[in-house]
Design a protein around this ligand. Sequence first.
Ligand code: A3P
Length: 343
Amino acid sequence: MSSTAIAFYSPVATITKDEEKARKAKMSIIIERYKDKVSALPTNDDHHLCRYEGFWYCHGFWYHSKADFSVEAIMASQEDFQALPTDIFLASYPKTGTTWLKALAFAILNRTKFKTNSGSCPTHPLLTISPHDCVPFLESESFLNNPSYANGLMATHIPYTSLPKSIISSDCRIVYICRNPKDVLISFWHFLNKVRDDISTPTKLDDAFELFSKGMNAGGSFWDHMTGYYMASLERPNKVLFLKYEDLKKDTENEVKKLAKFIGNPFTEEEEYDGSVQKIIGLCGFENLSKVNKDTSKVLSDDIYFRKGIVGDSVNYLTTEMIQILDKITKEKCDGLDLSFEA
Ligand code: A3P
C-alpha cells in the first residue's frame, strides 16, 4: 500500500451542545467579515436565501442555526483556503451519499493505521465516531477555525465553479458523489424536517418539491451542482472522479476499488485476496454505520445522516406529476451529456 495514507484522526470536530455557544461566536466573526458583501447580493427573504455565483445559499446562520453551510463560510474558504497538491476533496450536493463517501475514503486511506478487522482493531474511529468527525467540511466553522486538523482529506458542498481557486490550481484530486435527484429531494426533505428548530410545523413535501425543482434551497440547484462537477470530470479525468450513489449500491466492490485507485491508495492483489475490500465495505456499510452513529448529544445528532440508505425510495412519496417534472428537468439539464439515473 502506498505510504501516502493520511494519518488523521481527531475528535475535534465533535461539537456538543455545550460547545455550540463558542461555535456561534466564531461564526459571528465570519458573518461580520462578509456583512457588506452579502448585503449586496440578490436575496429571497421568504426563504432566507441569497444568490452568490449562480447558486442560492443561506446567509447568517442557517434557519435552524445548526449548520455551518452558509454563504459567508463559502466566502471565507474562498479567501483563506490554500490547497496542497496532495489534498483530496470529497465533493457532493447534500443528501447524495456524502457520509458514505467520507467513511469509505477515510477507511481506505487509513487502512494501515486502523485495521478494519474489528477483532484486531476495535478502536477504528468509524466504530466510535461519525464519518463527519473524521472528514471535516471545508466550509464548516470548525474547519475554518482549525484548518490543520483535516490532514489532507476534506469534504465540501461548494459547487465546482465556486471552489477556492487553489483547489483547482494546486491540481489536487476531487471525488464527487451524485445521486438521482428524486431520492435526493426526499432525503433532503426528511433531513430538513429533522433538523429544523420548530419541528411542530414541518415543511410540506409540496413546498420542498417546489423549492428543490427551482434550485432554491441552500446549496442551490442540484442539477447545476452536478453538471458542474460532471463537466470537470470530463475535462480533468485524472483530477475529478464522478461517482454515483446508485453504482456504489449496485457494484460496491468495483466502485470502492475505483475510488481507492483514484485517491492514490489502490488495493494490492494481496489485499483483494485477503478480503480487505470487503472489510472496508462492511465497516462503512449503512447497517454498521447507522448502528455506530447514535450520539444524540451533538447539535446535529449523528443519526440524522442515516435514514433508509436505499435507491428509489422517492416513489413512496412523490406524485406521478412530481416525478414527471423532476425527470423533465433532469432530461433538459443533462441534454447532450452521457449522464442518466437508474431510479
Ligand atoms: P436516505 O435519506 O435516502 O436514506 P448525505 O450523507 O449526503 O447527507 O446523504 C444522506 C443519505 O445517504 C441518506 O439517504 C442516508 O440514509 C444515506 N446513507 C448514509 N450513510 C450511508 C451508507 N453507509 N450507505 C448507504 N447510504 C447511506
